[in-house]
Design a protein around this ligand. Sequence first.
Ligand SMILES: *Cc1c(COP(=O)(O)O)cnc(C)c1O
Length: 401
Amino acid sequence: MRISAPIVESLDTILPEEPLLMMGAGPVPIPAKVAAANGIVINHLGETMSRIIEQVKSMSRYVFQTESSHILGVAGPGSAAMEMAVANLVAPGDRVLSVSNGFFSGRLAEMSERVGGEVTRYTIVEGQAANPEEIAKAIAEIQPKVLTIVQGETSNTVCNGALPEICRAAQAAGCLVIVDAVCTLSTMPLNMDEWGVDAVITGGQKGLSCIPGVSLVAFSELAWDKITTREDTLRHWCLDAKLADKFWYQSSYHYTAPVSGIMAIHEALRLICDETLEKRFDRHLKCSLALQAGIQGLGLSLYADKASRLNSVVGINVPEGLNQKEILAAISRDFKVEISGSFGLNIVRIGQMGEQCRVHNIFRTIHALGSTIQRLGGEANLPLGVAMLEKTLQEYQPQFG
Ligand SMILES: *Cc1c(COP(=O)(O)O)cnc(C)c1O
């Protein structure tokens, strides 16, 4: 052999002895059942797989709140599901209105351009949510065939709370709506059918509290009509929804499905069904509001205004005199808690998705954040932070069920 086997370390020596608590903007911690399911491989086309796929689809209908019979899994990141929705619904020359709040909504616009869409970016003021009247005006002016939007913009922690109104305006104008719900699905309401959404995208590693690399996309009947009546051949083979339909609805071969990832998604969805969406939304809201109160109790400020604030990922302004990278490194090294920085903004981000929304995890995170800031020479009122957190937990009134 010309090239000899390298000498490498085992994972045991690379990974920390005690796993870090993943409190960033994703991936998030996964439940033990999900981790165990992800270790299973079976025949990707057998009878057993068919039964599991049927259950994944029926549980997805609940989680997406749709009766759609066009729910497809994708072997790939959330971005692959975004690209699947875009590539199948944006035909070359189609006018696309991309509501742009930040990094991920910008990615939807870029993907739409790459498949030949004539894209108009409707750029929202940084840190703000989209205004439904303004979007309705833009729809009337541009007459797009497709509108793309994120429900939650993970990058700058902004939530487009007027999504139902925006979807209605698009629907009235005969425009298909693609919604990126990667960080929000199952953490807050998204009623696909009721709101008239034509494609909803989610990834595994955020709201669903599953593994990264396996994603879901749900298409409406209207979207499916467009997909099946398009006369051009899609340039994407792996992401061609008509080919994916062979596996997801006809028990036949498209590509070898990510079997173990589908097992993990099955378990993640089953845990959501067990918990119920109502209870899950309340758990997320309660924990996120408590975390936000705790952060403010420490004396830190939140990045997004209350009116446009996302609860699934919380953005915190870096206190003056401190540095984002320094905070991330210290909190990880000294407290074994991982949080995220950001692309371009001077904020740190703490996730509130899935398993991150557990009372013990938010107490540990508030303690770690406050202590880290103190160690780095900043000011943090730890007793008040912890008290505000506890007070908010105690006073929370369920809103969903
Ligand atoms: C994380 C994220 C994505 C991209 O997901 P990947 O799995 O990294 O491709 C897309 N949209 C939103 C809103 C996200 O939070």
